[in-house]
Design a protein around this ligand. Structure first.
Ligand SMILES: Cc1cc2nc3c(=O)[nH]c(=O)nc-3n(C[C@H](O)[C@H](O)[C@H](O)COP(=O)(O)OP(=O)(O)OC[C@H]3O[C@@H](n4cnc5c(N)ncnc54)[C@H](O)[C@@H]3O)c2cc1C
Length: 422
């Protein structure tokens, strides 16, 4: 059987058919082959741009286990009741149908960099000329005493999209009146620096309406956090007395949890809680480790093109990469993916390669129509991707400015998801 691209997605996905290496190689018809692992902000963007701009000259395979990608971006707005879960879900059909991308719904379980192949859980082997890894994050084992992945139903992290976010929302809505929501915040570096604090804002927003005597405690190992002045101003204005942020000076870094007893111990003091959102320390998605491109928790990359420092035919995008000043965000991953796609296409087809320029903006919603943002543009230097200019919302801004900032974020969400999936 000769597999065309549509058959490939159908066969691999629907029937769980095992594809062998010769079948996969036949799909390439002798064209240069790019395999992308991870269909999120970095991977879906890279696959789409390479396929779209090379007009069929490159065979692009995207490996992603889930059929629907639920964005982490805007997942806090779902917790706050501003979005439905379906607003966050995106599928891969257009990437396959419009651009001819071979979308394979499976886990990559191994990378042989010498043979230039990727093995999949279903048994297939994919050959590549260029490999792009954008697997997001995994959690550092033992990062929070008393918590591991087996406790994620009792104490969700909700730091990967989808069911964990739904679980956390259900737990918040089931809290008893006057109950306690605890968050264990992560140490740097981690995905979405303002994410935990936007989440606190959105949880406070929903509790203010449904459970106004509830309390929120945040145990934090960091002595400062992203957009801190803006969040603290917002918490005072909208949720006075509700949020207790405990930094390292007050034991926020000396924390353990007991998921059976639903207790949190901060600096020796045990508190019974009703919901506990544990966001552990993070590292590159495991497949980056398996590919042998990590050093410590992250994968070092060359700032000009996101190629791995240990293998010029492997690129690492998004949260998994250690690149310099860019925060680990969907915006950053998308920006890095476009640089990488341009470079990979140039290397494989001789098309023009433009100098890298990167950018990022992270918006956060504090309350209805009260949006804030922080952002920067970046350029590669020999050592790292370096920030060249930056901006941040100011405390005390008027309501019209904050509303306009929130509306900008809505436009950004529509834009990035179109850039990934349509
Ligand atoms: C609560 C929260 C709020 C956020 N808000 C924002 C925001 O407002 N703005 C913003 O820019 N960013 C935001 N982010 C950050 C953003 O979600 C991430 O930075 C972004 O998704 C990173 O893109 P990525 O491609 O590195 O990883 P992901 O988007 O996570 O994609 C990784 C993909 O790889 C797949 N994968 C993993 N391992 C394998 C494997 N072995 N084989 C095949 N596939 C694999 C996964 O299934 C996943 O789909 C937020 C994050 C959180 C948690």
């Amino acid at each position: 059987m000769k597999l065309n691209r549509r058959l490939f997605i159908g066969a691999a996905g629907a029937a769980g058919v095992t594809l062998t290496a010769p079948h996969v190689m036949a799909a390439g018809h002798g064209k240069p082959r790019v395999v992308v692992i991870g269909g999120g902000a970095g991977g879906a963007t890279a696959a789409r741009y390479i396929a779209k701009d090379s007009d069929g000259a490159i065979d692009v395979t995207l490996v992603e286990p889930t059929r629907t990608y639920y964005t982490c971006f805007f997942s806090n707005l779902y917790l706050g009741g501003f979005k439905e879960i379906d607003d966050l879900g995106h599928t891969y059909g257009t990437l396959a149908a419009k651009y001819g991308i071979n979308v394979v719904h499976d886990w990559a379980v191994g990378v042989d960099r010498a043979a230039k192949t990727v093995s999949l859980a279903g048994g297939a082997t994919l050959a590549y000329d260029k490999l792009i890894l954008s697997p997001g994050i995994d959690f550092v084992d033992g990062a929070v005493e008393g918590w591991d992945l087996s406790a994620q139903n009792a104490m969700p992290h909700a730091y990967k999209g989808g069911s964990q976010t739904e679980l956390l929302r259900a737990q918040i809505m089931a809290m008893p009146q006057g109950g306690t929501f605890a968050m264990i915040a992560p140490p740097n570096p981690y995905r979405c620096p303002p994410g935990p604090y936007e989440r606190v804002s959105m949880v406070a927003h929903v509790l203010k309406a449904t459970n106004p005597t509830a309390k929120i405690i945040v145990a934090d190992p960091k002595d400062k956090f992203s957009k801190q002045a803006l969040f603290e101003e917002g918490w005072n204005t909208h949720y006075s007395g509700m949020v207790d942020w405990i930094g390292p000076d007050f034991g926020g870094g000396a924390v353990s949890v007991d998921p059976d007893a639903m207790t949190v111990t901060i600096d020796g003091e045990v508190t019974k809680v009703d919901v506990c959102n544990v966001i552990p320390a993070q590292k590159a998605g495991r497949i980056a480790d398996m590919a042998g491109v990590t050093e410590g928790n992250w994968a070092n990359v060359n700032p000009a093109d996101m190629s791995s420092k240990v293998d010029g035919d492997v690129y690492v995008l998004g949260d998994a990469a250690n690149q310099g000043d860019m925060p680990k965000s969907g915006f950053s991953a998308n920006s890095q993916a476009k640089v990488c796609a341009n470079v990979v296409r140039g290397a494989l087809t001789g098309s023009r390669v433009f100098p890298a320029r990167y950018s990022n903006t992270c918006w956060s919603l504090i309350d209805s129509d009260d949006g804030v943002k922080v952002g920067a543009t970046y350029e590669p230097t020999p050592e790292k991707i370096a920030s060249v200019d930056s901006f941040i919302s100011q405390t005390g801004e008027d309501a019209a400015t904050r509303k306009a900032t929130y509306e900008e974020s809505e436009g950004w969400y529509a834009g990035i998801t179109a850039d990934m999936f349509s």
